[in-house]
Write a protein that binds this ligand. Sequence first.
Ligand code: FE2
Ligand code: FE2
Length: 407
Amino acid sequence: MNATTTMDRMLDGLPRKAQNRIYGVLDNLRVMGSVGNARVAASMAPSVVRGLVLGRAHSGDAVPMQARHAAHFDLTYQNEFPEMYDLYRRAVAGQWNGERDLDWSTNVDPENPETAVMPLDYPPFAGLAEKGIHLNAKEKLRFANDLASWTLSQFMHGEQGALYAAAQVTESVTWLDGKFYGATQVMDEGRHLEVFLRYLDTKLQKTYAVNDNLFVILDDLLTDGRWDVKFLGMQIMVEGLALGAFGTMYNFTKEPLLKQLLKYVIQDEARHVHYGVLALRDHITKELSPAEIREREDWAYEVALLMRNRFLSHEIYYEWFEGRLSLKDWDDVVLKAPSMAAFRHLMFLRLIPNLEYIGLMSDRIKVHYDKSGLTSFLGGKNATQLSADDLLRDIAAYKPEGAASAS
Ligand SMILES: [Fe+2]
Ligand SMILES: [Fe+2]
């Protein structure tokens, strides 16, 4: 507490740009230093350096990522995981067509509050006002539209990562039924990338670069050679993050095309998480050593914190408020916003029971989740107990406290 106060005092005496730079560096160091498990820190460090230090997500037209997993070519052709095969059949039957099934002729009018992509109760205007930032009606509308473009851009980047992760995992898994299922997920993720890209391109006409923290997670899991870590990262952690983020947007948006698009995507993601927990529970409980389980528990916990604390729209801050507000104050505003509370609630509501089900919630790690205020979600329904309709019902039922007064 004293150290923070001293640091705040030191930062206060500096020009705003220097303050932000030092705060950003310290924040990045905190991410690297918060990992208690040395093996986890070592496995994440290259991605943290590429994403947060070298800024690879902003350099050039593409980022090469060295995949190091082994493909498993099956010679038995045995169907040994009927629950996975059943998911495959359901996935084949549930394919939708982004061109045919969505009404792209819908006129998305950024000025019309009746069909707002991001209504004015989503952005943290009340928190900004407390920090002395008052936007007029026109600015509020433009800000809400920028925040919508930023959020949907991150969905698009996440879907590109999901597409490659699904392809890698399909090669790596040892169950033939998992390969069948994985092929449908590759198609799903390709379609998700297609529809988010098309929506951004033709309806919002503004896109943002990939957020550095999202890039770190994607880079980490796409370059990790262990299929189960890749799987844990994509099918449980990032899918949990996606369900929280898509669910929040689905709840808030009044724009019918986006609402329908998100509904289709959420229904697919429900299957993806289901597949993830089936595969990982089997592998973790039957094949991993206690030390390997401990490492995965720690890794999942670090990624959970990264997802909770660090998707704070810094790109929007730099575009709108640099020079008027410190980055630290912006983080404070975003973390306290009702829409962020909704996102965190929906994300952990799904994530924690899944981690519990696959065997990554020992009493040892529970203490850490408890300190972070996340154990209230223990004992909830995991992905094998939930249909896509259950998910949509849970999402619709969650109305964030204070959302109405935030406008
Ligand atoms: Fe997806
Ligand atoms: Fe997915």
